[in-house]
Design a protein. Sequence first.
Length: 326
Amino acid sequence: MKYLVFGILLIAISFGCNTPVSESPTVGAKEFFLPPPTTYNYKVIDGVKLFYREAGNVDHPTIVLLHGYPSSSHSYRHLIPMLATHYHVIAPDNLGSGYSDHLDPSTTNYTFDLLAEYTQKLIDQLGVDNYVMYMQDFGAPVGYRMMTNDPKRIKALIVQNANAYLEGLTDKRQDFFRTAQSDTSQSKYDFLYSLTGKDAIINKQYLFDLDSTNYNIQSPDAWIHDLAFLNSEKDREIQVQLFQDYNTNLIRYPKWQEMLNKNQPKTLIVWGGKDLKFNANGAKAYLNDLPNAELHLLDAGHFAAEEKTSEIAQFILTFLDTYDIK
């Protein structure tokens, strides 16, 4: 029954916005299923405003969606209503991203420790004790820091192009992260800064790993939204500081792998198999520590949730139903 409802929901999302609203439906009119509304909210954490999207019944199990670079919770705008029919969903914007406060990087040093600290405080303030954690890209270093602090709070993991293994990074990619931290020259800074510009966001992030079979299903809404929050020098410097801090994640990979191996969380891996930045070897490497994890390589790139939303939602609903996550 759950998946019949899911199928009806997909039709609603595709066509519902063109359907006239009437208090008295005419006889024989086609029915469609409305998902719970998504709300747009702020919480003040230590004087800082953090934004989050929320949908679904708060009495149901919670799924926390952690976004990547250069995006925000906007990247889950289609996935949220598909999951919220059965689960309580929270999707925060990282500090310095999206609608959350962008503190001045000249006075605030942006690190993944800082992002994880604020995100965890938000989850705590919302009164969520245990949750399923979905991670993509930057979401992994944020999420694994949170999980390291208290592994028992995580009911299950959903890993979507969220790297925790060197196998998922080419030698060139590993060198990029290491030199971003170690090379403090102006020329290196200028190079990192250039990666936050319009051309790089569109062509080196969103369209980088797409080919003719899935090129036209990548919505321009994604990068237009992202670029709106990268329109000042300070906004872009925030992301440069995170590039410079990213090697701290590679250093922690062994610790995260040990944590996964020890705790054996229920894990679903849905990975864009065409991703050239976090390649499919990184997905397969999880099975070394989590042999019971469920792995699906999708015909998609780094932003698989943008390209294969309904497929990922179906995998998540089936996975959580199989394990009776409550």
